[in-house]
Design a protein around this ligand. Structure first.
Ligand code: NAD
Length: 356
């Protein structure tokens, strides 16, 4: 099992070191090779995604990614900015399905801005389509408005589009994922207004015929945004397009209040995946040894489950994280009264010990 390890910038190297420590402690036949990405790669090789890094990622079964970006690169031309590395990897690997679980651990309910009873025990999964929709549809551009009340004025336009096969494959991913969970899928669209969404809704309903054991509900995106803060626990798997998913997955992440706890995965049709924490490179705390490594450690668990087909090892890591939290250990971002505040490396060590 080959893993490309791409630590990146800011806190990336610190949190990745802890995830690698945990993976090594599992004593599985894992082959890990590290390469620079993002700002670190720009410094070393003049490009955020050098050819050698891309090749390593393509040849691996999975990519474990830290985070990229720093304000000091904000003045670089867009193609050389660290964030371009993620877009380049998504495109080159054909990563079309983005998994963003939002889990609220019982010990951390205080971190949420919602009432504890609304989020205690929350465990939902947002699946976002990553390669289509208004972000990539053509044509797009600027022009003079050809008609209407503002004819002749400057206007900009984008194209929202989805094809049947793109919707089918993400719908299948969602139903399969629901089968491993509580067997309920909520498909989110805006079919009352958008033709793209009507096709989305029709195709998801057709694919559902192959999954009679999974419950399907359709929900408009405005209602989904409301329900996520009103009664988030009634969801299991949400599946949606690129733009709605972009917004709803960040909303769901915030329900837990602990960005340092949330893993994510992006998968392609061959089951290859890129696994990374949901947070960024946190330049404000980089190098201080205080970053929370748990989102990255939990991303490594997702990698074991989805790309490396090692569900027992994944469950061991997840249980170890629960144990560490139950023992009262916290990094500064999730600290509360009566807990023991530890740094990045001590948290990684504690997870290793809790693996048993
Ligand atoms: P961020 O997620 O890096 O940080 C937001 C806040 O959360 C900061 O206060 C930070 O200290 C805190 N935080 C984040 N992760 C933490 C952790 N593991 N432990 C403790 N605290 C943590 O978002 P930002 O500040 O908006 O962006 C910083 C840089 O990261 C930017 O250059 C941005 O482009 C980049 N970014 C990268 C990714 C990625 O690599 N996938 C995603 C988002 C942002």
């Amino acid at each position: 099992m080959k893993i490309a390890v791409l630590p990146g910038d800011g806190i990336g190297p610190e949190i990745i070191a802890e995830a690698v420590k945990v993976l090594k402690a599992l004593a599985l036949p894992l082959e890990m090779e590290t390469a620079p990405v993002g700002g670190a790669a720009y410094e070393a090789a003049g490009h955020p995604l050098p050819e050698a890094t891309l090749r390593l990622a393509q040849q691996a079964d999975a990519v474990l990614f830290g985070a990229v970006g720093d304000w000091k690169y904000d003045t670089l031309p867009r193609p050389l900015r660290p964030e371009q590395a993620i877009l380049g990897l998504r495109q080159a690997l054909g990563l079309f399905a983005n998994f963003r679980p939002a889990i609220c651990y019982p010990q951390l309910t205080h971190a949420s801005s919602l009432k504890p009873e609304l989020v205690a025990g929350l465990d939902i999964l947002i699946i976002r389509e990553l390669t289509g929709d208004i972000y990539f549809g053509q044509p797009r551009g600027r022009r003079r408005a050809p008609d209407g009340p503002f004819a002749g004025a400057e206007e900009a336009f984008d194209t929202m589009r989805y094809s049947r096969p793109e919707i089918e494959r993400i719908a299948r991913v969602a139903f399969e994922a629901a089968r491993q969970r509580r067997r309920k899928v909520t498909s989110v669209d805006k079919a009352n207004v958008l033709e793209t969404s009507q096709l989305w809704k029709d195709v998801v309903a057709e694919v559902h015929r192959d999954y009679p054991d999974v419950e399907l509900e359709h929900m408009y995106v405005d209602n989904a945004a409301m329900q996520l803060v009103k009664a988030p626990k009634k969801f299991d798997v949400l599946v949606t397009g690129n733009m709605f998913g972009d917004i709803l997955s960040d909303e769901a992440a915030m329900l837990t209040g602990s960005i340092g706890m949330l893993p994510s995965a992006s998968l392609n049709e061959r089951g290859q995946g890129l696994y990374e924490p949901s947070h960024g490179s946190a330049p404000d705390i980089a190098g201080k040894g205080v970053a929370n490594p748990l989102a990255t450690i939990l991303s490594a668990a997702m990698m074991l489950r989805f790309s490396l087909k090692q569900p027992e090892a994944a469950a061991r890591i997840e249980a170890a994280v629960q144990t560490v939290l139950a023992d009262g250990l916290r990094t500064a971002d999730i600290a509360s009264d009566g807990c023991t505040v530890v740094g990045t490396a001590a948290m990684g060590d504690a997870v290793v010990r809790a693996l048993g």
